[in-house]
Design a protein around this ligand. Structure first.
Ligand code: GTP
Ligand code: MG
Length: 174
């Protein structure tokens, strides 16, 4: 399927990334607008209705848990997704490694837990951004203090509906 039918259809966003980077916390912070002290391994799939999304497209948000899902289920989710948010933790450089995933949909690099560090992780991820042209956007955020959570959601919608250019650090993507 191409991009354009999505405008009237539905959008499916899947959160991937290493264990404990905060995928489930991010999703639950987005939905409840507060940081959950305790989270399940995997958030239930949620649908955000069109009228409360920035681009007016109903959006499914799907969590992934290595502990609860098989590789087969992972590939299925990836194949159904319109956009994939690769979450890493800005205080754990190793968690960026998952970016080597090859993808047919736009990717968004999400650096979670920005509340834990003073510096930005952009220097580390710029080479990755340059290497993988599928990466539309990168954003640093925090599920804990709700920083950039709604922006992340906005970028994910934008990446699907207007996939031509990056919205963030455009000069580095040249
Ligand atoms: P798995 O499902 O096991 O792969 O982990 P996950 O990626 O879903 O991470 P989860 O949401 O379970 O969070 C892991 C830990 O990080 C929990 O203790 C969270 O409270 C904590 N955490 C999540 N987001 C943040 C954040 O923005 N800041 C801080 N300081 N801690 C966070
Ligand atoms: Mg989880």
């Amino acid at each position: 399927t191409g991009w354009w039918p999505l405008v009237s259809a539905q959008l499916r966003s899947v959160a991937l990334g290493c264990t404990k980077v905060g995928k489930t916390s991010l999703i639950m912070s987005l939905v409840s607008e507060e940081f959950p002290d305790e989270v399940p391994l995997r958030a239930e799939e949620i649908t955000i209705p069109a009228d409360v999304t920035p681009e007016r497209v109903p959006t499914h948000i799907v969590d992934y848990s290595e502990a609860e899902q098989s590789d087969e289920q992972l590939y299925q989710e990836i194949s159904k997704a319109n956009v994939i948010c690769i979450v890493y933790s800005v205080n754990n450089k190793k968690s960026i490694e998952k970016v080597s995933l090859v993808s047919v949909v736009p990717l968004i690099l999400v650096g979670n837990k920005s509340d834990l560090v003073e510096h930005s992780s952009m220097e580390t991820i710029l080479p990755i951004m340059n290497q993988y042209q599928d990466i539309e956007t990168c954003v640093e955020c925090s599920a804990k203090n709700l920083k950039n959570i709604s922006e992340l959601f906005y970028y994910a919608q934008k990446a699907v509906l207007h996939p031509t250019g990056p919205l963030y650090c455009p000069e580095e993507k040249e």
